[in-house]
Design a protein around this ligand. Structure first.
Ligand code: NAI
Ligand code: MG
Length: 356
Protein backbone atom coordinates (compact mmCIF):
# COMPACT_ATOMS: atom_id res chain seq x y z
CA UNK A 1 0.00 0.00 0.00
CA UNK A 2 1.29 3.41 -0.90
CA UNK A 3 0.55 6.10 1.64
CA UNK A 4 1.11 9.75 0.91
CA UNK A 5 1.50 12.68 3.30
CA UNK A 6 1.70 16.41 2.82
CA UNK A 7 4.45 17.73 5.06
CA UNK A 8 5.20 21.42 5.55
CA UNK A 9 8.90 21.98 6.19
CA UNK A 10 10.12 25.14 7.89
CA UNK A 11 13.93 24.95 7.90
CA UNK A 12 14.03 28.39 9.61
CA UNK A 13 17.39 29.89 10.47
CA UNK A 14 21.03 28.96 10.88
CA UNK A 15 21.70 25.24 11.05
CA UNK A 16 17.96 24.59 10.60
CA UNK A 17 18.58 25.09 6.89
CA UNK A 18 21.36 22.49 7.02
CA UNK A 19 19.80 19.72 9.11
CA UNK A 20 16.28 19.82 7.63
CA UNK A 21 17.38 18.88 4.08
CA UNK A 22 19.59 16.16 5.59
CA UNK A 23 16.68 14.69 7.53
CA UNK A 24 14.35 14.99 4.52
CA UNK A 25 16.81 12.84 2.54
CA UNK A 26 16.77 10.23 5.29
CA UNK A 27 12.96 10.24 5.49
CA UNK A 28 12.69 9.97 1.72
CA UNK A 29 14.97 6.93 1.78
CA UNK A 30 12.98 5.34 4.62
CA UNK A 31 9.77 6.18 2.75
CA UNK A 32 10.90 4.43 -0.40
CA UNK A 33 11.67 1.32 1.63
CA UNK A 34 8.33 1.25 3.42
CA UNK A 35 5.95 2.49 0.73
CA UNK A 36 5.45 5.95 2.22
CA UNK A 37 5.34 8.98 -0.06
CA UNK A 38 5.96 12.51 1.16
CA UNK A 39 4.89 15.67 -0.58
CA UNK A 40 7.11 18.34 0.95
CA UNK A 41 6.21 22.04 0.83
CA UNK A 42 9.13 24.12 1.93
CA UNK A 43 8.21 27.38 3.63
CA UNK A 44 10.87 30.07 3.90
CA UNK A 45 9.57 31.53 7.16
CA UNK A 46 12.52 32.65 9.26
CA UNK A 47 14.31 35.67 10.64
CA UNK A 48 15.45 36.46 7.12
CA UNK A 49 11.81 36.44 6.04
CA UNK A 50 11.10 38.77 8.98
CA UNK A 51 13.81 41.16 7.86
CA UNK A 52 12.13 41.34 4.44
CA UNK A 53 8.47 41.39 5.45
CA UNK A 54 8.26 42.45 9.10
CA UNK A 55 6.60 39.12 9.99
CA UNK A 56 7.93 35.69 10.87
CA UNK A 57 5.21 34.11 8.76
CA UNK A 58 2.55 35.56 6.47
CA UNK A 59 -0.81 36.57 7.89
CA UNK A 60 -2.44 33.42 6.52
CA UNK A 61 0.49 31.28 7.74
CA UNK A 62 -1.58 29.10 10.06
CA UNK A 63 -4.12 28.45 7.27
CA UNK A 64 -1.31 27.36 4.98
CA UNK A 65 -0.02 24.95 7.63
CA UNK A 66 -3.49 23.59 8.41
CA UNK A 67 -3.61 22.10 4.93
CA UNK A 68 -0.70 19.82 5.73
CA UNK A 69 -0.65 16.55 7.59
CA UNK A 70 2.38 17.43 9.73
CA UNK A 71 4.99 20.15 10.18
CA UNK A 72 8.73 19.49 10.14
CA UNK A 73 10.69 22.38 11.59
CA UNK A 74 14.40 23.10 11.96
CA UNK A 75 14.98 26.09 14.24
CA UNK A 76 14.10 29.74 14.27
CA UNK A 77 16.02 32.60 15.81
CA UNK A 78 19.00 34.58 14.67
CA UNK A 79 21.08 37.50 15.92
CA UNK A 80 19.46 40.72 14.72
CA UNK A 81 15.91 39.64 15.54
CA UNK A 82 15.09 39.49 19.27
CA UNK A 83 14.44 35.90 20.35
CA UNK A 84 11.00 36.70 21.76
CA UNK A 85 9.98 38.05 18.33
CA UNK A 86 11.03 34.90 16.48
CA UNK A 87 9.50 32.60 19.10
CA UNK A 88 6.20 34.44 19.51
CA UNK A 89 5.92 35.17 15.78
CA UNK A 90 6.12 31.57 14.65
CA UNK A 91 6.62 28.67 17.05
CA UNK A 92 4.26 29.64 19.84
CA UNK A 93 1.32 30.55 17.56
CA UNK A 94 1.73 27.18 15.81
CA UNK A 95 1.90 25.23 19.07
CA UNK A 96 -1.18 27.02 20.40
CA UNK A 97 -3.40 27.28 17.32
CA UNK A 98 -2.97 23.57 16.62
CA UNK A 99 -3.40 22.59 20.28
CA UNK A 100 -0.03 20.90 20.37
CA UNK A 101 -0.23 20.78 24.12
CA UNK A 102 2.19 17.90 24.55
CA UNK A 103 5.86 18.43 23.91
CA UNK A 104 7.39 14.99 23.99
CA UNK A 105 11.15 14.87 24.51
CA UNK A 106 12.88 11.50 24.85
CA UNK A 107 16.11 11.34 26.84
CA UNK A 108 17.71 8.20 25.46
CA UNK A 109 21.42 7.53 25.30
CA UNK A 110 22.10 6.10 21.85
CA UNK A 111 24.43 3.11 21.43
CA UNK A 112 28.11 3.97 21.10
CA UNK A 113 27.65 7.48 22.48
CA UNK A 114 29.47 8.67 25.55
CA UNK A 115 27.47 10.52 28.16
CA UNK A 116 29.25 13.25 30.13
CA UNK A 117 28.00 11.45 33.24
CA UNK A 118 30.91 9.54 34.73
CA UNK A 119 28.90 6.45 35.44
CA UNK A 120 26.09 5.38 33.20
CA UNK A 121 24.29 2.38 34.66
CA UNK A 122 23.88 -0.76 32.59
CA UNK A 123 20.78 -0.39 30.50
CA UNK A 124 21.75 3.19 29.74
CA UNK A 125 19.52 6.22 29.96
CA UNK A 126 15.99 5.96 28.68
CA UNK A 127 13.23 8.20 29.89
CA UNK A 128 10.82 10.73 28.43
CA UNK A 129 9.93 14.25 29.43
CA UNK A 130 6.37 15.37 28.73
CA UNK A 131 6.44 19.15 28.67
CA UNK A 132 3.23 21.19 28.82
CA UNK A 133 3.35 23.17 25.60
CA UNK A 134 0.45 25.65 25.52
CA UNK A 135 0.29 27.60 28.77
CA UNK A 136 2.07 27.92 32.11
CA UNK A 137 4.95 30.33 32.40
CA UNK A 138 4.97 31.13 28.66
CA UNK A 139 2.21 33.69 28.79
CA UNK A 140 1.59 37.10 27.32
CA UNK A 141 -0.20 38.25 30.45
CA UNK A 142 1.70 41.03 32.14
CA UNK A 143 3.38 44.21 31.12
CA UNK A 144 6.06 46.80 31.59
CA UNK A 145 5.50 49.83 33.75
CA UNK A 146 7.30 53.14 34.13
CA UNK A 147 9.66 52.40 31.28
CA UNK A 148 12.91 54.27 31.46
CA UNK A 149 12.38 55.54 34.98
CA UNK A 150 13.96 54.36 38.22
CA UNK A 151 10.63 52.72 39.17
CA UNK A 152 10.64 50.66 35.99
CA UNK A 153 9.02 47.26 36.52
CA UNK A 154 8.06 44.14 34.61
CA UNK A 155 5.20 41.81 35.53
CA UNK A 156 4.90 38.38 33.98
CA UNK A 157 1.98 36.13 34.93
CA UNK A 158 1.77 32.37 34.60
CA UNK A 159 -1.45 30.76 33.45
CA UNK A 160 -2.38 27.27 34.62
CA UNK A 161 -5.86 26.01 33.75
CA UNK A 162 -7.43 22.83 35.05
CA UNK A 163 -8.14 21.75 31.50
CA UNK A 164 -4.59 22.49 30.37
CA UNK A 165 -2.89 20.76 33.28
CA UNK A 166 -5.21 17.77 33.24
CA UNK A 167 -4.86 16.98 29.58
CA UNK A 168 -1.07 16.99 29.56
CA UNK A 169 -0.98 14.92 32.74
CA UNK A 170 -3.47 12.41 31.33
CA UNK A 171 -1.20 12.03 28.31
CA UNK A 172 1.76 11.45 30.65
CA UNK A 173 -0.13 8.84 32.71
CA UNK A 174 -1.09 6.97 29.54
CA UNK A 175 2.46 7.11 28.26
CA UNK A 176 3.77 5.82 31.61
CA UNK A 177 1.32 2.90 31.36
CA UNK A 178 2.79 1.98 27.98
CA UNK A 179 6.31 2.01 29.49
CA UNK A 180 7.41 1.14 33.04
CA UNK A 181 4.39 2.71 34.77
CA UNK A 182 6.41 5.30 36.66
CA UNK A 183 5.54 8.98 36.48
CA UNK A 184 7.38 11.83 38.17
CA UNK A 185 6.00 15.36 38.34
CA UNK A 186 8.14 18.50 38.42
CA UNK A 187 6.83 21.02 40.91
CA UNK A 188 7.98 23.97 42.99
CA UNK A 189 5.05 24.28 45.35
CA UNK A 190 7.26 25.48 48.18
CA UNK A 191 8.19 28.72 46.42
CA UNK A 192 5.44 29.21 43.83
CA UNK A 193 2.42 29.18 46.07
CA UNK A 194 -0.59 29.37 43.75
CA UNK A 195 0.05 27.62 40.47
CA UNK A 196 2.29 24.82 41.71
CA UNK A 197 0.05 23.58 44.57
CA UNK A 198 -2.75 23.57 41.95
CA UNK A 199 -0.52 21.53 39.63
CA UNK A 200 0.23 19.12 42.52
CA UNK A 201 -3.46 18.75 43.43
CA UNK A 202 -4.39 17.77 39.90
CA UNK A 203 -1.46 15.35 39.77
CA UNK A 204 -2.70 13.69 42.97
CA UNK A 205 -6.29 13.48 41.69
CA UNK A 206 -5.17 11.81 38.49
CA UNK A 207 -2.78 9.60 40.43
CA UNK A 208 -5.79 8.25 42.35
CA UNK A 209 -7.43 7.41 39.02
CA UNK A 210 -4.30 5.54 37.90
CA UNK A 211 -3.38 3.33 40.84
CA UNK A 212 -1.26 1.12 38.59
CA UNK A 213 1.14 4.01 37.87
CA UNK A 214 3.73 4.71 40.55
CA UNK A 215 3.81 8.48 41.02
CA UNK A 216 6.28 10.78 42.70
CA UNK A 217 6.81 14.50 42.78
CA UNK A 218 10.01 16.46 43.10
CA UNK A 219 10.80 20.11 43.38
CA UNK A 220 12.31 21.16 40.09
CA UNK A 221 15.70 22.03 41.59
CA UNK A 222 16.11 18.62 43.22
CA UNK A 223 14.75 16.96 40.07
CA UNK A 224 17.41 18.67 37.97
CA UNK A 225 20.11 17.34 40.28
CA UNK A 226 18.69 13.81 39.99
CA UNK A 227 18.91 13.97 36.18
CA UNK A 228 22.66 13.98 36.80
CA UNK A 229 22.97 11.91 39.97
CA UNK A 230 20.37 9.18 39.45
CA UNK A 231 18.77 9.42 35.99
CA UNK A 232 17.67 5.77 35.84
CA UNK A 233 15.05 6.35 38.50
CA UNK A 234 12.95 8.11 35.83
CA UNK A 235 10.55 6.64 33.29
CA UNK A 236 8.18 9.49 32.39
CA UNK A 237 8.54 13.01 33.79
CA UNK A 238 5.73 15.54 33.42
CA UNK A 239 6.56 19.22 33.72
CA UNK A 240 5.21 22.69 33.06
CA UNK A 241 6.27 24.65 29.99
CA UNK A 242 9.32 26.37 31.49
CA UNK A 243 10.42 23.55 33.78
CA UNK A 244 10.14 21.06 30.93
CA UNK A 245 12.15 23.31 28.66
CA UNK A 246 15.01 23.63 31.10
CA UNK A 247 14.98 19.95 32.08
CA UNK A 248 15.21 18.85 28.46
CA UNK A 249 18.31 20.88 27.66
CA UNK A 250 19.83 19.08 30.64
CA UNK A 251 18.41 15.84 29.26
CA UNK A 252 20.06 16.62 25.93
CA UNK A 253 23.37 17.25 27.67
CA UNK A 254 23.40 13.89 29.48
CA UNK A 255 22.72 12.00 26.25
CA UNK A 256 25.95 13.37 24.86
CA UNK A 257 24.96 16.40 22.76
CA UNK A 258 22.20 18.91 22.25
CA UNK A 259 22.63 17.90 18.60
CA UNK A 260 20.85 14.60 19.32
CA UNK A 261 17.76 15.61 21.21
CA UNK A 262 14.44 15.43 19.35
CA UNK A 263 11.04 16.78 20.20
CA UNK A 264 7.46 16.29 19.07
CA UNK A 265 4.81 18.97 19.55
CA UNK A 266 1.75 16.78 19.57
CA UNK A 267 -1.93 17.40 19.12
CA UNK A 268 -2.85 13.99 20.54
CA UNK A 269 -6.44 14.23 19.27
CA UNK A 270 -5.11 14.66 15.71
CA UNK A 271 -7.53 17.50 14.94
CA UNK A 272 -4.56 19.50 13.66
CA UNK A 273 -1.06 18.89 12.33
CA UNK A 274 1.59 18.13 14.91
CA UNK A 275 5.09 19.58 14.64
CA UNK A 276 8.42 17.78 14.86
CA UNK A 277 11.69 19.59 15.54
CA UNK A 278 15.00 19.11 17.32
CA UNK A 279 15.42 20.59 20.80
CA UNK A 280 18.39 22.65 19.69
CA UNK A 281 18.23 26.12 18.18
CA UNK A 282 19.75 27.67 15.09
CA UNK A 283 23.33 27.54 16.50
CA UNK A 284 24.57 30.81 14.93
CA UNK A 285 28.09 29.99 16.17
CA UNK A 286 28.41 27.08 13.72
CA UNK A 287 25.80 28.01 11.10
CA UNK A 288 27.06 27.87 7.53
CA UNK A 289 30.08 25.72 8.37
CA UNK A 290 28.43 22.37 7.57
CA UNK A 291 29.31 21.05 11.02
CA UNK A 292 25.86 20.58 12.55
CA UNK A 293 24.91 17.17 13.88
CA UNK A 294 21.81 16.15 11.87
CA UNK A 295 20.70 13.39 14.25
CA UNK A 296 18.33 15.50 16.40
CA UNK A 297 16.47 16.46 13.24
CA UNK A 298 16.52 12.91 11.91
CA UNK A 299 15.25 11.56 15.22
CA UNK A 300 12.46 14.18 15.15
CA UNK A 301 11.65 12.74 11.72
CA UNK A 302 11.47 9.26 13.23
CA UNK A 303 9.01 10.60 15.80
CA UNK A 304 6.93 11.98 12.92
CA UNK A 305 6.91 8.55 11.25
CA UNK A 306 5.80 7.03 14.54
CA UNK A 307 2.99 9.59 14.89
CA UNK A 308 1.88 8.85 11.33
CA UNK A 309 1.56 5.19 12.30
CA UNK A 310 4.73 3.93 10.61
CA UNK A 311 6.52 2.42 13.59
CA UNK A 312 8.43 0.07 11.28
CA UNK A 313 9.93 2.96 9.31
CA UNK A 314 10.68 4.89 12.51
CA UNK A 315 12.49 1.85 13.89
CA UNK A 316 14.50 1.52 10.68
CA UNK A 317 15.59 5.17 10.85
CA UNK A 318 16.64 4.84 14.48
CA UNK A 319 18.33 1.54 13.63
CA UNK A 320 20.41 3.37 11.03
CA UNK A 321 21.28 6.10 13.56
CA UNK A 322 22.33 3.51 16.13
CA UNK A 323 24.34 1.59 13.56
CA UNK A 324 26.28 4.66 12.44
CA UNK A 325 27.01 5.74 16.01
CA UNK A 326 27.88 2.32 17.36
CA UNK A 327 29.71 0.79 14.40
CA UNK A 328 31.23 3.34 12.05
CA UNK A 329 33.07 5.85 14.23
CA UNK A 330 31.67 8.65 12.04
CA UNK A 331 31.11 11.60 14.36
CA UNK A 332 30.28 15.26 13.96
CA UNK A 333 32.35 17.79 15.86
CA UNK A 334 29.95 18.16 18.79
CA UNK A 335 30.83 14.48 19.47
CA UNK A 336 34.55 15.02 19.09
CA UNK A 337 34.71 13.85 15.47
CA UNK A 338 35.42 15.61 12.20
CA UNK A 339 32.51 14.55 9.97
CA UNK A 340 30.38 17.17 8.27
CA UNK A 341 26.59 17.20 8.28
CA UNK A 342 26.68 15.77 4.77
CA UNK A 343 29.13 13.01 5.61
CA UNK A 344 27.06 11.95 8.60
CA UNK A 345 23.91 12.00 6.47
CA UNK A 346 25.57 9.92 3.76
CA UNK A 347 26.43 7.31 6.43
CA UNK A 348 22.84 7.29 7.65
CA UNK A 349 21.56 6.74 4.10
CA UNK A 350 24.04 3.94 3.56
CA UNK A 351 23.00 2.28 6.82
CA UNK A 352 19.33 2.52 5.83
CA UNK A 353 20.08 0.84 2.51
CA UNK A 354 22.04 -1.95 4.14
CA UNK A 355 19.55 -2.80 6.87
CA UNK A 356 17.68 -5.99 6.32
P1 NAI B 1 21.45 26.45 20.25
O1 NAI B 1 20.81 25.14 20.56
O2 NAI B 1 21.20 27.01 18.93
O3 NAI B 1 23.02 26.31 20.48
C1 NAI B 1 23.61 25.97 21.74
C2 NAI B 1 24.99 25.34 21.50
O4 NAI B 1 24.81 24.01 21.00
C3 NAI B 1 25.82 26.07 20.47
O5 NAI B 1 27.18 26.04 20.85
C4 NAI B 1 25.63 25.26 19.20
O6 NAI B 1 26.70 25.31 18.31
C5 NAI B 1 25.44 23.85 19.74
N1 NAI B 1 24.54 23.06 18.87
C6 NAI B 1 23.20 23.18 18.79
N2 NAI B 1 22.70 22.32 17.89
C7 NAI B 1 23.75 21.64 17.39
C8 NAI B 1 23.87 20.61 16.41
N3 NAI B 1 22.82 20.10 15.77
N4 NAI B 1 25.11 20.15 16.13
C9 NAI B 1 26.18 20.63 16.77
N5 NAI B 1 26.13 21.60 17.70
C10 NAI B 1 24.92 22.11 18.01
O7 NAI B 1 20.94 27.46 21.40
P2 NAI B 1 21.17 29.04 21.56
O8 NAI B 1 22.57 29.38 21.16
O9 NAI B 1 20.68 29.36 22.91
O10 NAI B 1 20.16 29.71 20.56
C11 NAI B 1 20.50 30.16 19.24
C12 NAI B 1 19.25 30.67 18.56
O11 NAI B 1 18.32 29.60 18.38
C13 NAI B 1 18.50 31.73 19.36
O12 NAI B 1 18.03 32.70 18.45
C14 NAI B 1 17.35 30.98 19.99
O13 NAI B 1 16.24 31.77 20.24
C15 NAI B 1 17.05 29.97 18.91
N6 NAI B 1 16.40 28.76 19.42
C16 NAI B 1 15.37 28.25 18.68
C17 NAI B 1 14.74 27.11 19.06
C18 NAI B 1 13.66 26.59 18.19
O14 NAI B 1 13.50 26.99 17.07
N7 NAI B 1 12.88 25.67 18.69
C19 NAI B 1 15.13 26.39 20.27
C20 NAI B 1 16.27 26.97 20.96
C21 NAI B 1 16.86 28.12 20.55
MG1 MG C 1 14.83 24.99 24.99
Amino acid sequence: MDTSYRIATIPGDGIGTEVVPAAVDVLERAGSRFGIRFEWSELEWSCEYYARTGRMMPENGLDVLREHDQIFLGAVGYPGVPDHVSLWGLLIPIRRAFRQYVNLRPVTLLPGVESPLREVPAGGLDFVVVRENNEGEYSEVGGRLYRGTPQEAAIQESVFTRRGVERVMRYAFDLARSRKSRLASATKSNGIIHSMPFWDEIFRELGAEHPDVKTSDYHIDALAALFVLDPTRFDVVVASNLFGDILTDLGAAIIGSIGFAPSANLNPEREFPSMFEPVHGSAPDIAGTGRANPIGQVWAGAMMLEHLGHADAATAVMGAVSHVLAETGVRTRDLGGTASTQEMTAELLKALDQEV
